[in-house]
Design a protein around this ligand. Sequence first.
Ligand code: ZN
Length: 406
Amino acid sequence: MEHLIEDIEYAEFLFDRFYSVGSTKSGGVTRLGYTKEEDEMHRIFKELGAAKGYESYEDEVGNTFIMNEYSGEEEYHLIGSHLDSVIDGGRYDGVCGIITGLLLLEWAKRDGLKIPVRVGAMRCEESSNFGRSTIGSGLITKEVYKHDIGEAVNKDGVTLREIFKERGYHIHPQKISGVKEYIELHIEQGKVLEEYGDKVGIVQTIAGPRRYQIHVHGTAEHSGATPMDMRNDALCAAAEIILEIEEIGKEESKHQSVATVGIINNYPNALNVIPGEVLLGVDMRGIDFDSLERMETRLKTICKRVCQKRKIKYFREKTSDIPPINMSPDLQQKLLKAAKNLRIPHRTMISGAGHDAMSFASLCDTAMVFIPCAKGISHNKKEFATIESICDGAKVIYEYWKEEMQ
Ligand SMILES: [Zn+2]
């Protein structure tokens, strides 16, 4: 759809303000959660709000909120996403949702729409720093993290507890209150919208990630002096496990499940040493609980079978187990209707990736609006979405608000 030049210009201006933070030599950005790069993103966010006369505040875990004048006492509409990135990631993941929030505030003000709105930038959504995702939103909603995650360590080996202490944050914050509904606009991070030529996707379910670490313990020995039949090669065992996990994913793909080994750490990783220890990071996702259960059971069987056969010790650790999370059916219908009114080509879809919206789903009505990203590429410097797409998605949310306020 056509957008006003001033809207495109404002969205572009917002995008440009964040653009250079954490830039890497390769052309991407690194803005890890709870680092100075993420701090800088939040500082700019606050500044952008202040420039329009909005008040802002930081909560007990460092999430930043900008609020309009109607959102003081009343239950408010929360537009959220995140400002951190993966290592050498793109500039659209998360940021598009924050730009959307600022656009919506602007439009509501322009039209005199008296709707209570807050825009929330959640901390540390990506798991790249602490191996845990949605930390900011998970802590304040008390959903994702019911147990204490203070011992999670960052890339430099510092615990979250220490970092929180240093920054004056609380690892057990008060539960967020007053949220009427949470809506997050995000790039799709897949190719579905592009393939179908749709401009907007309304999410039905967010696939639940189950994550595991598998520690495989063989024996590190001289690669020249140890005969082939006397070895306990941890990497060879890991290789078998990896391929079996791929098979699990393929078989369960009919239920829209996926299985990936995304991490492999090999020790000592030397040319003349038989690998003695391997750590595998496994990520399984799906929207079907039974399928997830089957994948987990098979993972256990495979580890046991391969390691027994090769006389290798192992242990398995579950690092995350988030069930598939449904978005509010009511809100989905309202957003679909809004897209239809605006004649923006749209579809309903599932989200394979996790988002801050998962944290809010049991607290309030929650929805996600996806916009296309070029070739489905994300978590990569080549990530790209257009300013027009951001405006399309934002317009759908705004149209729904206008209907609501009538
Ligand atoms: Zn994201």
